[in-house]
Design a protein around this ligand. Structure first.
Ligand code: ADP
Ligand code: ASP
Ligand code: MG
Length: 481
């Protein structure tokens, strides 16, 4: 018997057929005697719709948020009607859905009177997605005779008040989860928990950032002492690249925590970048599996690095970024320019995705997401006002319509020639590289190319990753576990 935490993503709970599959997966694991905690996302598309409803309400137009409210209602009722027989249980869950939708509409009305949707209100509004899906999934499971019980994670995941991107307060979170959920599980209950949502210590709803249900599930896995975390999604595992970018993408049977951390940070949407944080120290294995193809083993993620002979295992690309360059003839003489630039960037609320410095130290560049680029430029120019006035530094330049491409594979630093292979391949295909950085975890190299070159660059480099998978197969390189 093992204790698993399982998370089902948006597509996995996105239709009656998908939820039927979820029920079967849970039933199979319970039948094998395992203890389960289940974390669910909102039905596919619902979080986006809820954000649209917030925007519509803030701009004072009623029709769009009423229409969204109705569509979301229909989606959940369609699941209930398809998967539950008529009777008191079905009536009860239909009423619950209607009540939550009434609350959503009332909150939209309040936003339209206020005329703005603050991050705090936005979090309260998007929380309806997971609150609805978890209740509907629980009702369906219970109707099928499974011992499921719904839980709202805002009672367990206690966070700071960084709305839309909250981080857990670990001690309080662990205390609440072990006191509140462990006894239920030990009594044979299968908790079905909302992903994505937390609350500040005073009970105000927060969310953990887009795609954050993966992170929620990892938090529960860690605090419940799970033997394994299983992320059920709509692809067969972590792949050599996004299958939507290149259909040749293949599943990687094994990657390390470090490798998946780099992949997720640099754009592989399959996992939220913070997913491994809670489980890394406890060495809880993570598996990524396909709800729609459960006979496949998926990808195992664990602590042991495994270096392939040809090193490069996967390629990612991030769009919608801008590169800022700080340069000037007097840079060498003025200490602390980089430090002050990065502090000003953090002050402007932007995360730096990549930093690169020219060896002459006459300039350095860094990358942030597009919507914040001009705001960061203004903040950095304010900070460096004096140096700019003295012509020690030129103004800060912003370059848009670029992408970050990252190649990932453990053992990159210790294996000579990896960067050489990458950049000569790009050179052969006349793809111009604008900046380069090597990840601190020693398993990634990132660089910037023009947005128009994204598909070509990923395609060419992906061929190297496919060669590695092929090679590992031939060499019989199995998982290190
Ligand atoms: P979920 O709703 O289950 O959380 P997501 O849409 O968030 O699913 O993530 C799964 C998607 O991530 C896949 O459908 C795939 O298109 C995309 N993806 C991007 N990069 C990768 C990769 N390297 N491996 C697998 N999937 C990837
Ligand atoms: N429903 C949330 C989102 O779409 C969280 C998640 O699915 O992980 O971002
Ligand atoms: Mg996701």
């Amino acid at each position: 018997m093992a204790r698993y935490t399982m998370k089902f993503g948006g597509t996995s709970v996105g239709s009656p057929e998908a939820i039927e599959r979820v029920v079967n997966i849970v039933r199979d694991h319970l039948a094998q005697g395992h203890e389960l905690a289940v974390v669910v996302s909102a039905m596919a598309g619902v979080t986006d719709m809820l954000l649209d409803s917030a925007a519509a309400a803030a701009s004072g137009v009623k029709e769009p948020y009423l229409a969204i409210n109705a569509v979301i209602g229909d989606m959940h009722l369609a699941v209930i009607d398809a998967l539950m027989d008529a009777g008191p249980a079905r009536d009860a869950i239909r009423r619950t859905v209607a009540e939550l939708l009434d609350q959503h509409r009332e909150l939209c009305e309040a936003v339209s009177i206020l005329g703005e949707a603050t991050p705090r209100i936005s979090d309260a509004l998007v929380s309806f997605g997971e609150r609805l899906s978890s209740r509907v999934v629980t009702a369906v499971m219970a109707a099928e005779g499974l011992p499921a019980k719904q839980f709202d994670s805002n009672r367990y995941i206690i966070t700071d008040n960084d709305f839309q991107n909250a981080d857990p307060l670990w001690e309080e979170t662990e205390t609440r989860i072990t006191a509140g959920l462990l006894p239920e599980m030990q009594a044979g209950i299968t908790p079905v928990i909302t992903g994505f949502i937390g609350a500040t210590p005073d009970g105000t709803l927060t969310t953990l950032g887009r795609g954050g249900s993966d992170f929620s599930a990892a938090i529960f896995a860690a605090c419940l002492g799970s033997d394994e975390l299983i992320i059920w999604t709509d692809v067969d595992g972590v792949m050599t690249t996004d299958p939507r970018l290149d259909e040749r993408a293949r599943v990687l049977p094994y990657v390390s925590y470090q490798e998946i951390g780099e992949l997720a940070f640099y754009g592989a949407k399959v996992l939220h970048p913070k997913t491994v944080q809670p489980i890394i120290n406890r060495d809880i294995p993570l598996r990524v599996r396909n709800t729609f193809n459960p006979s496949e083993a998926g990808t195992l993620v664990g602590s042991r690095p495994q270096t392939s002979e040809t090193v490069i295992k996967a390629v990612t690309g991030i769009r919608d970024v801008s590169m800022l360059t700080v340069s000037g003839p007097g840079m060498l003489g003025v200490p602390g320019i980089a430090g002050r630039t990065f502090l000003a960037t953090a002050g402007a609320g932007a995360n730096i995705l990549m930093i690169s410095q020219a060896s002459s130290e006459q300039s350095f560049c860094f990358t942030v997401v597009d919507p914040l680029a001009q705001h960061v430029k203004a903040a950095v120019e304010r900070e460096l006002q004096r140096e700019i006035l003295h012509n020690d530094i030129d103004s800060v330049e912003v370059l848009s319509e670029i992408v970050i491409i990252t190649v990932v594979g453990s053992g990159m630093r210790g294996t000579p020639g990896v960067a050489g292979r990458v950049f000569s391949l790009l050179g052969e295909h006349r793809i111009n590289v604008l900046a380069i950085a090597q990840g601190s975890s020693e398993c990634s190299i990132s660089f910037i190319v023009a947005e128009d070159d994204l598909e070509r660059a990923v395609g060419e480099l992906h061929t190297l990753a496919l060669e590695t998978v092929e090679n590992d197969c031939v060499n019989g390189l199995a998982s290190p576990y």
